[in-house]
Design a protein around this ligand. Structure first.
Ligand SMILES: Cc1ncc(COP(=O)(O)O)c(C=O)c1O
Length: 235
């Protein structure tokens, strides 16, 4: 199937790609999208521009990646400057001063006890890395029996095997076999009838956290490596 609707675009103008088959889009109904594509070709501040010239308010900040706004000149210039100075340096046995500077700045604003930064390319990779660090840490301190991971129903922790295992989104899990072994799940907190607006701490919900005690007792505390939950449920 191809879409050639933009073939008439003027030279120098953005044009929609005329064949949409090759790009297998994530989390998207591909056939439907390709029958009626919605293309963004530009962005500025809090708006996108579509291929047919409309401005669209970006209510999700580029799925949470562009929270400072799109195409901000200071950010664009910083990216351009760095690409011209040094585009990439390996981090294996070699260093680059700005990576250390960024780690220090992150640690300075992080809560007490979060003293190190490990850089990843995505939330999914960060979650896999966090799970691996948790299990390896237990082994390194002589508690190698602590291998179990506890997540939460409906939780989202990315798209890789560890993340979908501790995550609780059924449609992201059911296709991929047995996933990681030794994972259990807390009950989810999506209870619309109870989660109506309330001031301060709501009266219900503590029992959902107490479920952690039950799960830990079931498996015995000596087998638990880590618990992972979203502080604010998003996806
Ligand atoms: C809590 C949480 N963990 C992990 C991820 C995965 O991040 P990414 O989409 O960058 O792989 C997300 C993304 O929405 C998230 O909200």
């Amino acid at each position: 199937m191809s879409n050639r609707s933009a073939e008439a675009a003027e030279p120098g103008q953005s044009r929609a790609p005329n064949d949409l088959r090759a790009f297998w889009m994530p989390f998207t109904a591909n056939r439907q999208f390709k029958q009626a594509p919605r293309m963004f070709v530009g962005a500025d501040g809090m708006h996108y521009t579509t291929s047919d010239g409309r401005r669209v308010l970006d209510g999700t900040a580029g799925l949470w990646c562009c929270n400072a706004g799109h195409c901000r000149p200071r950010i664009t210039q910083a990216i351009q400057r760095q690409a011209a100075e040094m585009d990439y340096a390996p981090a294996f046995q070699m260093g680059h001063p700005k990576a250390f500077e960024l780690a220090n700045r992150l640690v300075d604003i992080a809560p007490e006890g979060l003293d190190h930064a490990f850089f990843c390319n995505s939330g999914s990779e960060a979650v896999e890395t966090a799970l691996k660090i948790a299990i390896a840490y237990q082994r390194a301190i002589g508690q190698g029996a602590r291998t179990r991971l506890i997540g939460r129903e409906r939780g989202y922790h990315g798209v890789n095997f560890g993340g979908i295992s501790v995550g609780g989104i059924v449609t992201n899990r059911k296709w991929f076999g047995t996933l990681l072994a030794g994972v259990d799940h807390l009950p989810h907190t999506h209870l619309p009838a109870k989660n109506l607006f309330s001031r301060g701490q709501p009266e219900h919900g503590a029992d959902l956290a107490d479920e952690l005690e039950r799960i830990v007792t079931l498996h015995d505390a000596s087998t638990i490596a880590a618990v992972i939950v979203e502080p604010v449920a998003g996806s």
